[in-house]
Ligand binder design. Sequence first.
Ligand code: WTA
Length: 658
Amino acid sequence: MKKKKNSSGSTIESIMKETRKFPPSKDFREQAHIKSMTEYNNMYKRSIEDPEAFWSGQAEKELDWFKKWNKVLTWEPPFAKWFEGGKINVSYNCLDRHLKTWRKNKAAIIWEGEHGEDKTLTYQQLHREVCRFANVLLTNGIKKGDRVCIYLPMVPELVISMLACTRIGAVHSIIFGGFSAAALGDRINDCGAKLLITSDGSFRRGKRIPLKANADIALINSPSVENVIVVNITGLEVKMKGGRDHWWDDVVAHESTMCECVAMDAEDPLFILYTSGTTGKPKGILHTTGGYLLYVHVTAKYMFDLKEEDTLWCTADIGWVTGHSYIVYGPLSIGATSVMFEGVPNYPRPGRFWEVVEKYNVNIFYTAPTAIRAIKRDGDEWVKKHDLSSIRLLGSVGEPINPEAWRWYYDVVGGGRCPIIDTWWQTETGGALITPLPGAMTLKPGSASRPFFGIKAEIFDEEGQNVRSNQGGYLVITKPWPGMFRNLWGDEERFKSTYFSQYAGIYFTGDGARIDKDGDFWLMGRIDDVVNVSGHRIGTAEVESALVSHLAVTEAAVVPIPHEIKGQGLFAFVTLKKNTEPDKALKVELLKHISKEIGPIAKPEMIQFTEALPKTRSGKIMRRILKQIAMDRVDVGDTTTLADPSVVDRLIEDRKNL
Ligand code: WTA
């Protein structure tokens, strides 16, 4: 892969201006799991010098195994195996083992609906529902290793479905409810799912979104799916296909609330989660059982400084990895109380998040910078109206948090009392790799602080040499860790070439970063053609191929532009077929087309029609130049390698009139 210059050079500069430091308060430090830098340094050193001893110690202490492993780690780059020979079940660790303790009647999931309705599932209640649904899966012929796709909004049935899959060893693949029928169909076919769990619809800002209707379209070309289980959420009318489609309530009604756990091998697949890459085809990130569970458990414990009495609210959608790891698997394995929210931050009114925090006395609040920026724009009064004194820790994930948003989050939401953990990680990494430990580390707004235990993170230059402090480069992880993904579903070649070919046997993250003189990490954004829109990873190639699939379009190039709320937005340059009218109606149609092909999250902010795109003599589109034009800059850099440099002048001129 040819590496590109980081597109967000400006972020680095603005971050560098921020020099304030926030050490942990005495009160926080004294009650924390990790109380000082000395403690962190010692434990970190041990974890790096002897990772096998460190992780086997954690595995023994934190998880329940049916049978102990024979070998902690086999590392034949790029393939890692953790805890080989070990037998374990995720649903057992998230549920059954708590039933033997006082946690039996502790709230596992507190669910808050968009309209303020709520439901609490204790560990015991959740266990019953999971067993019942696991029996439904068995009745429908699902066996260990079969894939089950889940296309649901944020309702308790989503968590029940996930845990039911893990109970019997089925591999789940959750497709975010905002994805279109086409995107759903692609993912179902890629993993060859036998069963789909969906709902009639979902609520979104008071509107009802028809999920089952989307699923019906997807299923026309997805022959592997034999049965569909449909949750009734919105009351939307749906078509049920006889023999294939079944209502959730009907099928669970007759099942027993007891269901044996399958003893899984530590390296058996746990789930597949699709994420965007630099080509049009999404990648099926494959996580396995023992290592993933251990990693999310241990990170959740230390980064959230999670205690028995805490109520944790991670606002992510479970359709993304953040929800998998820190709403469901990490917290439930620990035996914590996890809040699950169906709604959005500002519906039916701004301040909705804070109503929920106040209602449940949330102690740990974990969200994304895009949400913070949107809430900040609504005005401080919406935050100040509510009593947020229960919060003791704030978190951020998904994109670099700009120091200004960080300070607002700290001052206004946290009342100047609460540490903020800026956690850096990826779908591929399973859990957080670079994160402050809030009782030990001095925070710097905009920095994700230090590598977690066992994580050897380094910054390389093109040649694979470590760069000097404060010099930007490519963030790589040079040792395996238990939570790392093991492969791309059905595409081992792409797994090797995307992640382990830049520097042989070393995990290439695709992010740029620098390490400052104190040893703290500063993330600089993606260095490939992946754009982070509101914390969602979108491959520009995916949007381009969606555009080109429209009859009127010959060619398209999509680049990121800065966006006040979303962090980054998309800007599309589109060349049309001859005799096509480049009018507003067509732009609207193209946006609709992208929604249909991928989902509304992939809609560009702006579309610019153009007769031609700037290309090199070998025909490669020069995105570097298009990025400058999209940002309305006239100085676009070197154009001498272009086949026809005059294209650029026309593009700049037309951009002004957009
Ligand atoms: C970005 C989400 C800076 C990064 C968990 C990464 C971040 C991509 C941070 C992964 C952060 C995530 N600071 N950038 N704290 N957290 N990112 O797979 O570019 O949806 O590669 O996983 O988000 O996004 P993904």
